[in-house]
Write a protein that binds this ligand. Structure first.
Ligand code: GAL
Length: 367
């Protein structure tokens, strides 16, 4: 009997231990299950920490062909510890097929990010929007709001960014050339500024994007613009639902996508990818003293095997862990364009040292 009790106790202890080892660690590239045992479906995602919980918003992909189109909407999950995820359902649903809405089912709705506005007590979601059946030509930004973090979010509008506004750091040469052309005179626009000038009237293109709220409550929209050749960083209005017209261009002509940002000890750090669609490439990193720049490139932050492919992933968000100063998690996507729903999540700890940051591959790791 005594032996049996001891055996029972040992078995129970082993089971408990296994469950903590199994559940309470990150396994980059494996299938991550939610509370219902279903694979988490939140690609190109972002995170909001609010009232003691993390809320993960991402693209709900579907199976097979066309799985990268928005057939469902933006999916939300929540967690207290970043390991166990509760399905919170669809935060922003696409509009019905045939409705003519910019977010009609079958559009492309990518890289949703949500921030909280303390003044209005509303949650504001921005995303990259491509109109149905128009490929990637629209290059618009959409915005939606909700009184509840998990939604439902109400779609407000979508469009190009900052029409009729010059960036703060436009050169006098480019501005004069643009004004001369608008007045019907001949002038040459510098090569790297062609798309900026072309889109001045109709608004700047915005594709891969993220949002950032600074310590003073000001929010910024950071997006690949100008045919993905140049990144733009634009200030949002106090309620976060529009652009103020103040923006800068960064990394002109460097073709960066997938921007993800964090702040550490008064410095701003960006991670980005090159421009190779769903296929991974070598990441880039940069640092600045002000979110609006000047930005200084720091090179590929990845180290070791597969560093030239960002460990077969592409950045989507840099997550500061609550209550752990200097602990940032790199959130990346390992895309599977042939079956988008099977795309995997690559999360890795960010190592910040000597004014730069690095990432190394970990098959499994804990906070
Ligand atoms: C990637 C981008 C994704 C998606 C894809 C389409 O470079 O980061 O969000 O737009 O291209 O090919």
């Amino acid at each position: 009997m005594k032996k049996l009790i001891t055996l029972c106790l040992m078995t129970t202890a082993a089971a408990v231990c296994l469950s903590c080892a199994g559940n309470k660690e990150f396994l980059p590239g494996e299938v991550w299950l939610d509370n219902n045992g279903v694979a988490i479906n939140a690609h190109g995602g972002g995170m909001l920490y609010h009232d003691g919980r993390y809320y993960w918003f991402g693209e709900h992909k579907t199976e097979g062909e066309g799985g990268n189109r928005a057939n469902v909407g933006v999916h939300c999950y929540s967690s207290k510890n970043l390991y166990d995820w509760r399905d919170e359902g669809i935060a922003l649903a696409v509009a019905p097929d045939g409705s003519g809405s910019p977010i009609e089912k079958g559009c492309i709705l990518e890289r949703p990010k949500v921030i909280y506005n303390a003044q209005t007590d509303k949650f504001v979601m921005w995303f990259h929007l491509e109109l149905k059946d128009k490929g990637y030509s629209a290059a618009m930004s959409g915005v939606a709001v909700s009184d509840n973090v998990t939604g439902p979010y109400e779609f407000l509008n979508a469009g190009r960014v900052n029409a009729g506004k010059w960036p703060l750091n436009v050169s006098a040469e480019t501005r004069q050339a643009a004004e001369a052309i608008a007045a019907g005179n001949a002038a040459t626009v510098p090569d790297n500024d062609r798309f900026l000038v072309r889109d001045f009237g109709g608004g700047q293109m915005a594709r891969d994007m993220t949002l950032f709220v600074d310590d003073d409550g000001k929010a910024y929209h950071i997006y690949a613009s100008e045919e993905n050749q140049t990144l733009q960083i634009a200030e949002l209005t106090d309620d976060y639902t529009a652009h103020t017209g103040r923006y800068v261009r960064a990394f002109v002509g460097r073709s960066m996508e997938a921007p993800a940002i964090f702040k550490h000890e008064s410095k701003y750090y960006l991670m980005m990818s090159g421009c190779t669609g769903w296929a991974p490439n070598a990441a880039r990193s940069a640092v600045a003293d002000d979110v609006m720049g000047e930005w200084t490139e720091l090179g590929n932050p990845c180290i070791g095997d597969d560093a030239d492919k960002t460990f077969h992933s592409q950045s989507t968000y840099m997550l500061p862990v609550e209550g752990r100063d200097g602990m940032i998690i790199y959130m990346g996507d390992r895309w599977k364009p042939e079956n988008a729903i099977d795309g995997r999540y690559i999360w890795l700890p960010v190592n910040i040292e000597d004014g730069r940051f690095t990432l190394t591959w970990q098959p499994s790791w804990k906070l």
